[in-house]
Design a protein around this ligand. Sequence first.
Ligand SMILES: *[C@@H]1O[C@H](CO)[C@@H](O)[C@H](O)[C@H]1NC(C)=O
Ligand SMILES: *[C@@H]1O[C@H](CO)[C@@H](O)[C@H](O)[C@H]1NC(C)=O
Ligand SMILES: *[C@@H]1O[C@H](CO)[C@@H](O)[C@H](O)[C@H]1NC(C)=O
Ligand SMILES: *[C@@H]1O[C@H](CO)[C@@H](O)[C@H](O)[C@H]1NC(C)=O
Length: 202
Amino acid sequence: MANGNTNTAQATQQPPKHFNLVRFLATCLLALLVLVGLAVLITWLIIRPKRFVYTMENGSIQNFNLTNNHLNATFDFVLKAYNPNSRVSLYYDYIESAVTYEDQTLAFNTVEPFFQPHRNATRVESKLAAQNLALSPSIFKDIKVEKASGEIQVDVHFKSKIRFKVGIWKSRHRNLRIVCSSVTLHFSWYKHFDKVPCEVEL
Ligand SMILES: *[C@@H]1O[C@H](CO)[C@@H](O)[C@H](O)[C@H]1NC(C)=O
Ligand SMILES: *[C@@H]1O[C@H](CO)[C@@H](O)[C@H](O)[C@H]1NC(C)=O
Ligand SMILES: *[C@@H]1O[C@H](CO)[C@@H](O)[C@H](O)[C@H]1NC(C)=O
Ligand SMILES: *[C@@H]1O[C@H](CO)[C@@H](O)[C@H](O)[C@H]1NC(C)=O
């Protein structure tokens, strides 16, 4: 108590000392902030995160049968997953794919989990089957028209749980969504497939 009193007394007698302490603490805090900022910047510069790129490379529809408002069809898709990063690799721990037509899900399936090294392109194959799927009359009519035209436009969705790996550090699970919109499938097998760039949500 007495010490505190004399200190206060001294402080009031010699204001510069008090200011020095404040200035010292402020300098420390500033230095710490600069150091943390530099650490973040250096880490970022080393890792240089780049966006993952997904492209629908091929797609086909087979065993198509549309009878009495019911649909049978099998779909084959090849998604190219490209990881342009030189230090970040990826675990795809769970992948689900779905093909939709006018917001109606025609078929879904899961894809084998895989690990993607840095600077790697991997072809992800997905087979889906619609089996005796009941359709609303309007969707039945629309698909019938598309079949007559020789091609059908569908959307292909992928939902994935991924983890990043940088050096020995692994991130927690994050959700990755990939949407390939307006994928045109031809009913004639000899028709050329046009690649479709896909959108990514992370
Ligand atoms: C696309 O898939 C079809 C059917 O599986 C196949 O015949 C064709 O060769 C594939 N095209 C390419 C470019 O891979
Ligand atoms: C489609 O399915 C119906 C009912 O199962 C069958 O009668 C018909 O022969 C099938 N058509 C084709 C082209 O396979
Ligand atoms: C779909 O295939 C199942 C057997 O796998 C058959 O019973 C059904 O009639 C087929 N439906 C259509 C619309 O072809
Ligand atoms: C990408 O990684 C997979 C699995 O490790 C490997 O099979 C494939 O050859 C790699 N592709 C390239 C272009 O390095």
